[in-house]
Design a protein around this ligand. Sequence first.
Ligand code: PAF
Length: 278
Amino acid sequence: MYIFKKTSELQQYVKTLTSKPGFVPTMGALHQGHISLIHQSKQENDLTVCSVFINPTQFNDPKDFDKYPITLAADIEKLLNAGTDILFLPSVEEMYPDGIQAQTNYPLGFIDTVLEGKFRPGHFQGVCTIVHKLLDAVTPANLYMGEKDFQQCMVIKKLLSILDSKIALHTCATLRESNGLAMSSRNERLLAEDRLRAGAIFENLMMIKSIMKVQSFQSLQEKALHALIDKQIAPEYLLLCEADTLVELPDFDFEKKMALLIAAKIGNVRLIDNLRLN
Ligand code: PAF
């Protein structure tokens, strides 16, 4: 596996290839979910690039940035075992030579105003800023992202259309721990007992799905919120949305594609998850 720290060197190398690579952008603290993206990229591309870069501009809460897990040695080992061809490992100065205030404003529209966009103002602008820079550096044919970050995948789809890009976005299924907890780098920050309790997040999404035909969303939402609070999990939102637009739905509408989206805090760790309903 080659490791490049400079955009120009990575670009030079990629130019010598006969086909454009598959790309998996990450912020490190790699888990099986990331590795499944690498595996998919390896199946569909001659060469796979993974980036590890903790992007300061997407953290609206500086404490969250300071506490983001860093496990570089373990990440490199996992990437080697997964057969990754190239690791792009830039510094903050490399990605933001003019400082982290120098951000573009992307016209993301509605999608940037709801759910994560509402609770984490500026987050998606930061994500788009860095993904745009990473795509310019890697010049991939295919981009692989996890469906755990449901709204992020939609934002990146929008970014690709704003950029009039030909890069194909592949959203890959969420991998879960044995208690149902969606795999996430942030899980590393949970105490063992909290990690077990966190299974209640997915359990309650599944509870709603299993009885959605016979009860209103409002009553199931209330039931789920109470169940989570009983387990000392603090929900920020638990909403029913149209899956293709993220427009909030007041109640189930089986004519539409629907998804549940949730953000909740356990201690000071904020987790998100989602479930498609049909
Ligand atoms: O999903 C992530 O890990 C990050 O948001 C991404 C896409 C790597 C951009 O920093």
